[in-house]
Ligand binder design. Structure first.
Ligand code: OGA
Ligand code: MN
Length: 296
């Protein structure tokens, strides 16, 4: 069986079928998947059966994996997943029980409900994220994706000119601060371990050579601009980029694996009854360098 790439939306999301991701990929299939990601930015595989190790092995064929081996956050708690290449995108504690409403890890995880792109708060940010669904609640909990290339294309020339060369400062503490005022939930060590980093607001996507916005809830202000002006500009751009024409909602089924390209998209989780289990696990590959060292 050979793989089929079928558009779900004309130019943003595609479904790839005819492939078992638990098996090592044939080189031609790997390249076809990469080409589909470069063209669409979000690709969906249905009905996969993957162990944690198989998800990691599949992901490793698309780049070096960001691991939490030198964990800076959530230290000193029991972790459910053994492999440090996996981010636990569930509402479960170390023993597999649904997190209490006030559990620190739950409050931190709620920041996934803000529009963001993974790891833009790291000097070398995320490239691809590969999220696999183990358990999905009956209602809610979609993931929405925004196409930042299409959002860039739709900007007026004057705004594109205004954005040329601008650099935003990203910090995980900025996104957390939008939901929670209590910084004392984090230790001094945690706060110091992830200092703010600069990222371009407009970049050229290396795989498609398309210009794209690069935005996230982590983006706090703009270098060389008064903070309120920069923040308002970022808020306007976020509002623009998440208008319905640029957004697609993925309705999860168990066994779905979705890959998105963090370099040219944003995403957010939608609400669900968090007393019900939702268990997804994510691998994220590392970009090659800071956006400052890549094409504007
Ligand atoms: C993520 C993420 C959204 C969701 O895995 O990076 O933001 O719907 N997930 O769980
Ligand atoms: Mn995310």
């Amino acid at each position: 069986m050979s793989i089929t790439v079928a558009p779900i939306t004309p130019s943003f999301v595609a479904e790839i079928s005819g492939i078992d991701l638990a098996q090592l990929l044939k080189p031609g299939d790997r390249d076809a998947i990469e080409a589909a990601i470069n063209h669409y930015a979000v690709v969906v595989f249905r009905g996969q059966k993957l162990t944690d190790a198989q998800q990691i092995d599949f992901s490793a064929q698309f780049g070096p994996i960001h691991s939490s081996a030198q964990r800076a956050r959530h230290t000193g708690i029991k972790h459910r997943l053994e492999r440090t290449e996996l981010a636990d995108i569930s509402n479960l504690d170390g023993d597999g029980k649904v997190l209490d409403a006030n559990a620190r890890r739950r409050l931190d995880w709620l920041a996934n409900r803000l529009w963001h792109t993974d790891a833009s708060f790291r000097a070398i940010p995320g490239a691809l994220s590969l999220l696999y669904a183990h358990v999905i609640p009956d209602q809610g909990g979609d993931t929405e994706f925004a196409d930042l290339r299409a959002a860039y294309d739709a900007l007026p020339d004057s705004t594109r000119k205004q954005l040329e060369g601008l650099i935003a400062i990203h910090s995980i503490w900025h996104s957390r601060g939008q939901l929670d005022v209590d910084r004392s939930r984090y230790t001094e060590q945690e706060l110091a371990s992830l200092p703010p980093v600069p990222q371009r607001i407009v970049r050229t996507h290396p795989g498609s050579h398309r210009k794209t916005l690069y935005l996230a809830a982590h983006a706090s202000h703009i270098e060389g601009m008064p903070v309120p002006d920069g923040r308002l500009l970022l808020m306007d751009l976020m509002e623009h980029a998440t208008r319905p024409p640029f957004v697609h909602a993925h309705k999860w089924r168990e066994g779905d694996l979705v890959i998105w390209d963090n370099r040219c998209t944003m995403h957010r989780a939608r609400p669900f009854d968090t007393t019900k289990v939702r268990d997804l696990r994510r691998v994220t590959t590392r970009d090659v360098a800071s956006t400052l060292e890549q094409a504007a």
